[in-house]
Design a protein around this ligand. Structure first.
Ligand code: NDP
Length: 256
């Protein structure tokens, strides 16, 4: 009984943006628990190579898929093929994302558009391509990846914050529409984790100092610290939990 509560073995999970970084760590976390995982990114060769590594490291069945999440038509087509090949995913992790930094007065329109497309519109494109089949089946778990910027702003990243605030509210809206089909939609909002996206930050001693001072845990997060919350939200343990945003941030968003 204890084990069954968090059991996700043999569930089919698609993790967008899992060629590296947090998405890769989330995919590995699911694979370690026995889920069948589909890795994703834009470069199929890179995703395939990563899928082989994850399969080798975890013993799980791992597939690879590539499409640009900012392209609504390509996304729809790729996910139709995915359903034909593997079936309808039980779990969708909307993780693919992008960062662009500049003072607000100098922020580029193309960067604004890229942020909205990658961090917000893509969640709509990917989810809407899968939720009709999930609804018909009568089950599904969708986890959107937010950020501490789903709640708090910071200089030079106003557009990113707008997208992540949008992710939190999109989560609630999707929960409102989809709970009746036994699809739970929740959000995980990570604090600061060292990935390619924020190389400029963790290579800057002043920023490191700021993170350590600003975070009650006094450090950056470790990738595997996201996995427990992920498994909870992907398993039967959260069958009546929907529309929630869980911050995995060492306490950062709880303090001024
Ligand atoms: P990385 O830059 O390390 O990884 C981003 C991933 O998204 C890659 O796999 C990349 O694949 C994929 N991706 C980006 N754009 C597209 C696209 N147009 N189409 C398909 N795939 C795309 O970022 P992180 O791991 O740091 O971030 C992952 C998520 O976590 C993001 O949503 C981010 O906002 C969020 N986050 C990260 C935090 C951190 O501290 N790192 C903190 C809070 C939230 P490829 O380039 O191979 O195509």
């Amino acid at each position: 009984m204890k084990q069954a509560l968090f059991d996700i073995s043999d569930r089919l999970a698609l993790v967008t943006g899992s060629s590296r970084g947090l998405g890769n760590a989330l995919a590995r976390g699911l694979a370690h628990q026995g889920a069948r995982v589909i890795l994703h990114g834009r470069d199929l060769d890179k995703v395939k190579a990563e899928a082989d590594k994850v399969a080798q490291d975890t013993g799980a069945t791992v597939e690879a898929i590539s499409f640009d999440v900012t392209d609504a038509n390509a996304t729809k087509q790729a996910l139709e093929t995915l359903i034909d090949n593997y079936g309808t995913p039980d779990i969708l992790i909307n993780n693919a994302g992008l960062q662009r930094r500049a003072p607000f007065n100098e922020f580029d329109t193309a960067d604004w558009d890229a942020l909205i497309a990658t961090n917000l519109s893509s969640l709509f494109y990917v989810s809407r391509a899968l939720t009709p089949a999930m609804s018909e089946r009568g089950s599904g778990k969708i986890i959107n990846i937010g950020s501490v910027q789903s709640k708090l702003a910071r200089e030079t990243i106003a557009p990113y914050s707008a997208t992540k605030g949008g992710v939190a509210l999109l989560t609630q809206g999707m929960a409102a529409d989809l709970a009746r089909f036994n699809i739970q939609v929740n959000c995980i909002s990570p604090g600061y984790f060292k990935t390619e996206m924020n190389t400029a930050l963790w290579q800057d001693p002043a920023f490191n100092q700021w993170v350590e001072k600003r975070t009650p845990a006094q450090r950056w997060g470790h990738f595997d610290e996201l996995v427990g919350t992920l498994i909870y939200l992907c398993s039967g343990a959260s069958s009546f939990v929907s529309g929630q945003n869980i911050f995995v941030d060492g306490g950062m968003t709880s303090v001024v």
